[in-house]
Design a protein around this ligand. Structure first.
Ligand SMILES: [Cu+2]
Length: 206
């Protein structure tokens, strides 16, 4: 057991030196949790402008379901369906509406305030997606394996923030440091099998 723990420690040290850190998120049942946003707050934030990000409408759904962007990012909403969509948000972080017709691109929208933006479509009630606008450029969304990957400098002393659309409680910022690297986190979420088919009527709180 001791040898195994030591190996894990060495493996972890190697990962930090290489600059790549995988953060694993599981739900309350120990299963990998996809679509969780991981934001890492560094003492010194880079100020480079982020590339334009795309949230597509395809097969009467938003793709991706969860997007994480730093504040000041432009988002484009291309409609790949043959039907039209009417995307809107009532969220304080960004209130807007945009009518999307087939083959008619619109100007990207600037997300200039941090916060959670809940997207809906006026035509299709079941369409729902979220944009997490963070203050850090170190942002990632967990994949199907519940992993968010980061490239970080060796100095490992950060605040980490977690968020998930179906979380049942807020997650206060947690400190991670070289002394006690905690790379696995658990989140308690509402038991929804497929987040791409959200429950009707959700979103009033945003
Ligand atoms: Cu629609």
């Amino acid at each position: 057991m001791f040898v195994r723990a030591l190996c894990s420690l060495l493996l972890f040290s190697g990962m930090v030196n290489a600059g790549t850190v995988d953060i694993r998120i599981t739900n309350q049942f120990g299963e990998p949790l996809a679509n969780a946003v991981v934001e890492i707050l560094q003492p010194e934030q880079p100020t480079a402008a982020a590339d334009t990000v795309y949230v597509y409408q395809q097969d009467l759904a938003f793709n991706p379901f969860v997007t994480a962007i730093p504040v000041g990012t432009y988002v484009n909403f291309p409609n790949l369906d043959k039907t039209r969509h009417h995307v809107f948000s009532f969220s304080p972080a960004k209130t807007f509406e945009i009518k999307l017709f087939v083959g008619k691109p619109r100007d990207p929208i600037l997300f200039d305030k941090p916060g959670i933006v809940a997207l809906g479509c006026n035509i299709h009630d079941n369409m729902q997606a979220f944009i997490y606008v963070g203050t850090s450029h170190q942002l990632a969304v967990t994949n199907a394996q519940g992993i968010a990957s980061f490239t970080l400098p060796d100095t490992f002393d950060y605040q980490i923030k977690l968020w998930h659309p179906w979380q049942l409680q807020d997650h206060p910022e947690q400190q991670i440091s070289s002394v006690s690297p905690t790379l696995a986190f658990s989140m308690t979420v509402d038991a929804i099998d497929d987040p791409t088919i959200p429950p009707k009527g959700f979103g009033n709180s945003y």
